[in-house]
Design a protein around this ligand. Structure first.
Ligand SMILES: [Zn+2]
Length: 1107
């Protein structure tokens, strides 16, 4: 990624949002030197919280302007030390950083970030408002079926007013779909690129664009130096343009924003290293609906212009009628336009040649010369193209020009873009000849006949954008905010099925992202630690760096719009799965090596070996099975096991960690050897039996931000009395059979009848019905009905049915019939849990009793298996009495939240939206947030309701090219958290008509910890007297509003390598925060006040409690 454009930070005292901060090398304030005593104090008091911080902040802000100045100054010092460079000089920044170790600080601070919450930014087009306006009536428009009959006044063009036409040849290469990435490369892509090298050289007027760097990099590695130099020349002479420059053309619905950043960074870094090139235009013709997060990330990566294609046909028509198909795409909170990306929306049905020259596909098809006889492709409109010659050129040119002129009527300028390509085009050299030669003849004729008032030529995408912006300034184009979900290409064919298709791999994608993030962070920490081996560990030639690079490539590849979407053939899906599994193993290797270095373990000075010091407690047998935990075998002979916990987040964590141990007779010791409270529970293997060789041992791990902390689990002898170990209370309802009770659990209470019951922690009481399904939540004095159930959709009995892409339900969802279930309830001091086995789902609800993020809501795990069903789509639903008035909120790419409205004028499937991380419904008092660890489809189909799709099994193809149904369903683990929150006071985070939503502070924290669980590392050596028991960085606690998105070694800028960091400050809705939560989860501001207080008084406030 082009770094200088990423180096923007939103600062100031006001709550800021959605901006990037990238430190080149380390910030002294965050990773201070050893002399920084205050930070050491912080470290010694990791768990300090202090009361009334907000009150103090308010009074200090009100009373004393000096205080305000001091806070501002302190923030500036933290974010931008006096000697740092203003944004304009960033380019110089890296040059001055010496490669001394540890690297010096160079921090960039940008005050230009604008966020508007209390006033809704006014834009020419706001997508939710546009949805209110559109009728969605789909009348027949004639040759342009989804539009209207375009009239052209031939006298409009004259000498001064010429039409400028840019024909942009392109080839859409999917890195995996019907074939695997490598198969496509060998069978087609390689030939396309080889042909390009040869054919572009034949005529300097020829142009070509390329998007997917994954393929380009693979091809480059096979070129000799002469060929590489030709490529460089073609790029720098603008005959070949690299568009977007991502590793793939990413999906925009399911991809996490950080994965998009990864795939862009991999591509852009490759281009920097090999071609010294950064793309300026983006090309996204095939992803199935467009996210508003994408232009923001493109903007930060240096992209100025973007092109999009797959947008709802009614939206296209509406924008075309208003000549608003070109707009400045702006973020919903942006009042100044600093996030604008100039965007061109293609007007017609497809990106193929019949739908790109003008409104009439029957005519445009005649100008796809690959469809000449004997090239293996035909026009479905039955009029084939003809070779252009002197006799027909005049007629042919005028026929084509008429289409160009009609197309130009939909835009504000006299410049026309006519893409010329399709999937895997130009793989035969004859195709280059027929397309380029015939078009050149047409151009020559058009340009020579001045009376036609046209200039036509081959162009790159940027050639087109430059010509448009030469005619009209950016300010003359409308601004637009919002996104383009849910896509429909025709009729009621809404592409909302792919939000959920192949959820097993959507989950794996997130697990891999979390591992890459953790591995990059811990490797960077090891690298900058200055400890023995730290130099070596991040070296380019080191196997760890190579493993991590390959892992990033696998994650980037899966962001492809047939990867994470679940829309590839079975064999291709398995190939992605194997690549992701290998990548997870690579990350685990990096994590355990880095942990050993940071703990100064044996062999830490030589981190290049393949020695396994720790097993990560998360193993998979094969790519398509669920991950499992190790069973830690301890007993009389070998009675202890050391566990190291890694916290990759920048908040201190107090969360329950669970291990599987071979005996229930254990205790858990902290790093000083003192026992900690632990809860032991039996494991149900089947409905009627309990394991006698495995037990769950849980304790609260206290791990500071960006730290490693170790614990020891110790088996006790028979006559030893455990200190702090508590056996869970177990009840089984509705069981007639005998239950074999393992030793230590003789008191299990088995009842032959069903019963309603509840479980609770210090915040929440959760009540369940006789089936063991949630029916209400109580927090404080307030009880909220929350009825959980499961339901199914079926497929229609018509020819057009649901498939991998499309969701075409046969009606409303039908509740699953659950007549009776065996309900198991486990209760103890650290957590309480309810387990029920219902058809297709093992449903487990856990309520943790901690002061950490896991204690904030109810955790739901569903292990789903629909492999025995047929045309079956499973949903989980929540019914509440929240009066959300048709409104609900869902996120985009786990980055921002957008307001949705349920429209009666749209079919059910159109009201489904992507949910990469969260959705919520709210009224004036209450909000229910559903958090997910996997990207899935979500909707609110009735007031007070929210439903999420869990898996889909579809017996047929949905006629979009895949050629198969979705029948490879896997046993899939879904993780959710639900939070019910009540406004603490009359408070509004944003104006009522604001199109954005914002997560509550607690929902944000619960989501971050759900996505980034504490990692459990099991020491392989039984005797290790060398390793330290913990590693901790001073003051790594940033406050809950800051997310350390990435910290990575090997960032390449101007021929040098750096450690790079992306810090994301999120705007959070604090209207739901109470005093207790504020203390438990301090924001950056509160931590800062504490620091200032300390500096002034040289003591911590009286009200501070040490935990
Ligand atoms: Zn594609």
């Amino acid at each position: 990624m082009k770094l200088k454009q990423m180096l923007a930070i939103c600062g100031g005292i006001v709550v800021a949002s959605i901006c990037f901060l990238l430190y080149l090398t380390m910030d002294m304030a965050i990773f201070p030197t050893k002399s920084a005593t205050i930070q050491q104090e912080f470290q010694n008091n990791q768990w300090l919280h202090f009361e009334n911080r907000l009150k103090k902040l308010e009074s200090s802000l009100n009373k004393n302007h000096n205080d305000v100045g001091e806070i501002k100054q302190a923030i500036r010092q933290i974010i931008a030390p006096e000697d740092s460079h203003p944004l304009g000089n960033i380019q110089e920044g890296p040059e001055e950083v010496k490669h001394d170790f540890p690297p010096a600080s160079a921090i960039i601070y940008n005050q230009t970030c604008s966020i508007s919450l209390h006033q809704t930014p006014k834009n020419h087009v706001q997508m939710l408002e546009l949805y209110e306006d559109i009728k969605f009536d789909n009348p027949d428009g004639g040759v342009w079926k989804q539009g209207w009959k375009i009239e052209v006044n031939d006298n409009y063009w004259n000498k001064q007013n010429k039409l400028k036409v840019f024909v942009v040849p392109h080839s859409h290469n999917d890195p995996g779909w019907i074939r695997t990435f490598e198969e496509y490369y060998l069978s087609q892509t390689k030939h396309i690129l080889n042909n390009m090298l040869e054919k572009l050289q034949e005529d300097p007027r020829r142009k070509f664009i390329w998007a997917e760097i994954s393929f380009f990099a693979m091809w480059w590695d096979e070129l000799d130096n002469t060929a590489k130099n030709i490529v460089k020349r073609l790029v720098h002479s603008n005959q070949l343009e690299i568009v977007t420059g991502g590793w793939v053309m990413n999906d925009e619905a399911n991809s996490h924003w950080l994965s998009i950043v990864h795939q862009l960074t991999e591509g852009h870094q490759w281009l920097q290293r090999n071609l010294n090139y950064t793309p300026t235009s983006s090309w996204s013709i095939d992803p199935f609906g467009m996210s508003a997060t994408q232009p923001l990330l493109l903007n930060k990566a240096g992209i100025l212009n973007s092109l999009i294609q797959r947008v709802h046909y009614s939206v296209k028509k509406k924008l075309a009628l208003e000549k608003q198909l070109e707009f400045r795409w702006r973020q919903m909170w942006d009042s100044k336009g600093s996030t604008d990306v100039f965007t061109h929306m293609m007007p017609f049905y497809s990106y193929d040649v019949p739908h790109t020259c003008g409104p009439d596909p029957k005519i445009c098809c005649q100008f796809d010369f690959k469809r000449l006889p004997n090239h293996g492709l035909k026009c479905p409109w039955h009029i084939p193209p003809v070779e252009i010659n002197d006799r027909n050129v005049a007629e042919r040119a005028e026929t084509l020009l008429d289409q160009y002129r009609k197309k130009s009527q939909l835009y504000k300028t006299n410049v026309v873009l006519a893409p010329l390509g399709d999937d895997f085009r130009y793989d035969h050299s004859t195709e280059w000849d027929v397309q380029y030669n015939n078009y050149q003849k047409l151009f020559d004729h058009m340009n020579a006949n001045l009376g036609l008032h046209v200039h036509a030529q081959f162009g790159t995408l940027t050639d087109y954008f430059n010509a448009v912006q030469k005619e009209k300034s950016l300010g003359e184009f409308p601004s637009l905010s919002g996104d383009f979900f849910t896509y429909a290409d025709r009729d009621d064919h809404y592409w909302s099925g792919y939000y959920t298709s192949r959820p097993f791999y959507k989950r794996m994608d997130r697990v891999l992202l979390q591992y890459i993030r953790s591995a990059e962070i811990i490797l960077s920490l090891a690298h900058i630690s200055g400890l023995p081996g730290s130099r070596l560990i991040a070296e380019k030639e080191n196997n760890l760096d190579r493993a991590l690079t390959e892992a990033r490539h696998s994650l980037a590849l899966f962001q492809h719009h047939d990867g994470i979407t679940g829309t590839a053939k079975d064999a291709v899906v398995n190939d992605y799965g194997q690549k992701m599994m290998d990548a997870i193993l690579s990350c685990q290797s990096v994590i355990q090596q880095s942990a050993n270095l940071l703990l100064a373990g044996p062999g830490a000075d030589d981190p290049t070996t393949d020695t396994i010091f720790y097993n990560i407690d998360d193993v998979k047998q094969t790519q398509d099975t669920l991950s499992e935990q190790y069973t830690i075998t301890i007993g009389l002979e070998l009675n202890t096991k050391k566990i190291v916990i890694f916290n990759s987040l920048t908040i201190n964590r107090h969360e329950v960690v669970t291990l599987i141990v071979s005996t229930a007779n254990v205790e858990v010791l902290d790093q000083r050897g003192a026992p900690v409270v632990c809860q032991v529970a039996p494991i149900f293997e089947h409905v009627y039996s309990l394991s006698t060789s495995k037990y769950r041992v849980s304790f609260i791990a206290k791990v500071p931000a960006l730290s490693l902390t170790s614990y020891v689990i110790r088996a006790l002898s028979d006559n030893e009395i455990p200190r702090g170990t508590i056996t869970s209370k177990v009840k089984v309802y509705n069981l007639y059979a005998e239950l074999q009770k393992p030793r230590g659990f003789e008191n299990i209470n088995v009842s032959p009848s069903a019963s309603e019951f509840s479980i609770q922690n210090s915040r929440i009481v959760a009540s369940f019905n006789k089936l063991g399904l949630l029916k209400a939540l109580k927090t404080g004095k307030h009880t909220y009905p929350v009825h959980l159930d499961f339901a199914r959709y079926g497929a229609r009995r018509t020819n057009e049915r649901s498939g991998a892409y499309l969701f075409l339900p046969d009606g409303d969802a039908v509740p699953l019939k659950i007549e009776s279930t065996v309900v198991k309830v486990i209760e103890g001091p650290l957590y309480s849990q309810v387990i029920v086995v219902i058809p297709y789902v093992v449903h487990t609800v856990t309520l943790y009793n901690t002061t950490g993020a896991d204690g904030l809501g109810l955790e739901i795990q569903n292990i789903v298996d629909i492999s025995k069903t047929s045309n079956f789509e499973l949903v989980m639903r929540f019914a509440t009495n929240i009066k959300n008035n048709d409104l609900f909120y869902s996120d985009l790419n786990a980055y921002q939240v957008v307001k949705r409205k349920r429209f009666k004028k749209l079919p059910l499937q159109a009201n489904y939206y992507p949910m990469p991380s969260m959705a919520y419904i709210e009224d004036k008092i209450t909000r229910l947030t559903l958090l997910t660890a996997t990207s899935l489809g979500v909707s609110s189909l009735r007031d007070g309701h929210i439903e999420v799709m869990l898996d889909r099994r579809l017996n047929q193809d949905d006629n979009l090219g895949l050629g198969q149904g979705v029948l490879d369903n896997k046993l899939t683990r879904h993780l959710f958290r639900i939070l019910v929150e009540r406004k603490t006071q009359p408070c509004q985070a944003q104006s009522e008509d604001h199109p954005s939503g914002f997560p509550t502070a607690l929902a944000h924290i619960a989501s971050e910890t759900l996505q980034n669980p504490l990692l459990r590392l099991l020491r392989t050596e039984d005797e290790d007297t060398v390793s330290h028991s913990s590693y901790s960085h001073t003051s790594a606690e940033f406050g809950i509003d800051y997310v350390l998105a990435a910290l990575k070694t090997g960032i390449f800028v101007k021929n040098k390598e750096y450690v790079g960091m992306i810090l994301h400050r999120k705007h959070l809705d604090t209207c739901f925060m109470d005093q207790k939560s504020l203390e438990q989860f301090p924001s950056a501001m509160e931590l800062l006040i504490l620091k200032i207080y300390y500096q002034r008084h040289q003591r911590i406030p009286n009200s501070t409690k040490l935990h």
